[in-house]
Design a binder for this molecule. Structure first.
Ligand code: NDP
Length: 240
């Protein structure tokens, strides 16, 4: 039986690597994305992975699209909540919209996707949810009260939902990446990045594939006894 996996934000960056790793592991992968249509088309043509466009912060859109995907491909057994955004700024300069949008997408997206899929996983007695948090949700980061709060919230969400899924064969885990070489990190000014690099004992940025391998493991049969955990993949930046 081929299991269906949805990867939010799965067409580029870390999400693209996760989509490919799950596909290589035998899952039928469906990727979600927000707005970069050309990138999504190129990704689908290259990988054969269907890409669906919707905003994970939109509750109804998550329910509708997950139902649609299940009707087309089969029941959804794996969800990787990877979609995330930043709207950085110190508190004095951060607008309410900047706060709200990051909470809505990064944390709200996890709730919305779980609402759409968790019940089905429980009723079938098998499921995997992996939420992508962040080292900055564990440590905090200057200029990121919105992002740190959302990502920290993901770690609490993971531990709470894991308790609800455990007796139904549904595991819920998180990965807290450190700094990974993607478009999101390319947006960080070089002077800030130079300082960040001095604080990573391994001495380099991580690669998307290094996060994807962790996700693929947590989605495997071998990881059935792991639930409610956070796997830190950060080059030793924060030992938590
Ligand atoms: P990118 O900015 O490179 O990619 C983000 C992905 O999320 C894109 O596919 C984007 O779609 C999608 N996306 C954004 N907003 C929405 C939305 N509202 N609805 C649906 N999809 C959306 O991010 P990264 O690959 O760097 O990061 C992936 C995850 O890893 C994020 O949750 C991030 O917070 C987390 N992370 C990243 C780190 C890093 O160093 N890069 C470190 C720690 C955590 P589209 O292509 O259409 O824009």
């Amino acid at each position: 039986m081929t299991r269906v996996a949805i990867v939010t934000g799965g067409t580029r960056g870390i999400g693209e690597a996760i989509s490919l790793a799950l596909q290589a592991q035998g899952f039928l992968v469906v990727a979600n994305y927000a707005g970069h249509v050309e990138k999504a088309r190129e990704f689908s043509a290259r990988t054969g992975i269907a890409a669906y466009r919707w905003d994970v912060g939109d509750h109804e859109a998550c329910i509708h699209n997950c139902n649609d995907i299940a009707a087309t491909f089969g029941p959804i057994d794996v969800v990787v909540n990877n979609a995330g955004i930043t709207r950085d700024g110190v508190l004095d300069k951060m607008s309410f919209d900047d706060w709200n949008e990051v909470i809505r997408v990064d944390l709200g997206g996890c709730f919305n996707m779980a609402k759409a899929t968790f019940g089905g996983m429980k009723s079938r007695g098998w499921g995997r949810i992996v939420n992508i948090g962040s080292v900055n949700g564990q440590m905090g980061q200057y200029g990121q009260v919105n992002y740190a709060a959302a990502k920290s919230g993901i770690h609490g969400f993971t531990k709470a939902l894991a308790q609800e899924g455990a007796k139904f064969g549904v595991t819920v885990n998180a990965i807290a990446p450190g700094y990974i070489d993607t478009d999101m990190v390319a947006a960080v000014p070089q002077s800030v990045m130079d300082k960040i690099l001095t604080r990573i004992p391994v001495g380099r940025l991580g690669q998307s594939a290094e996060i994807a391998r962790g996700v693929a493991f947590l989605c495997s049969e071998d990881a059935a006894f792991i639930t409610g955990s956070t796997m830190s993949i950060n080059g030793g930046q924060h030992m938590y």
